[in-house]
Design a protein. Structure first.
Length: 131
């Protein structure tokens, strides 16, 4: 089953999409399987990270800005090359395990949509496979 979600983002930031992905798993009715979360954008990404400390979301962006600063010498026409680097570094998708009808996530893990070049209307897909 394939689920399609939209979200509106701010300039840069992480949006917790764990609830949406869990809802898709529940709606699929699949007890054991694989769940792929995919982002079809070149300046955004999907990651799994801590959902307990709210500071993590902001510091994640600050850390990415330090790791990938503006680089005028290699900028491209879109003026957002740092966002492309962040997107590829974090990755366009994550694969999760479904066990007992639920996502097999660690206690402190959440699934995040990462915006590196917003604000924009964005999309992500959730593909659920029995197995
Ligand atoms: Zn670009």
């Amino acid at each position: 089953m394939l689920f399609d979600f939209q979200l509106s983002t701010t300039e840069e930031g992480l949006t917790d999409i764990t609830g949406e992905v869990e809802a898709a798993v529940k709606e699929s009715g699949i007890n054991e399987g694989i769940c792929v979360v995919f982002c079809p954008h070149t300046t955004a990404a999907i990651t799994i990270n801590e959902n307990a400390d709210p500071d993590i979301k902001d510091k994640f962006i600050t850390g990415m800005d330090l790791a990938f600063p503006d680089m005028p010498e290699i900028e491209h026409s879109g003026d957002n090359f740092d966002a492309h680097l962040k997107s590829s570094s974090v990755g366009a998708s994550n694969t999760l395990i479904i066990k007992g009808g639920r996502l097999l996530l660690g206690r402190w893990q959440g699934i995040y949509f990462c915006e590196f070049d917003g604000p924009r209307t964005r999309q992500f897909y959730v593909k659920i496979i029995r197995g």
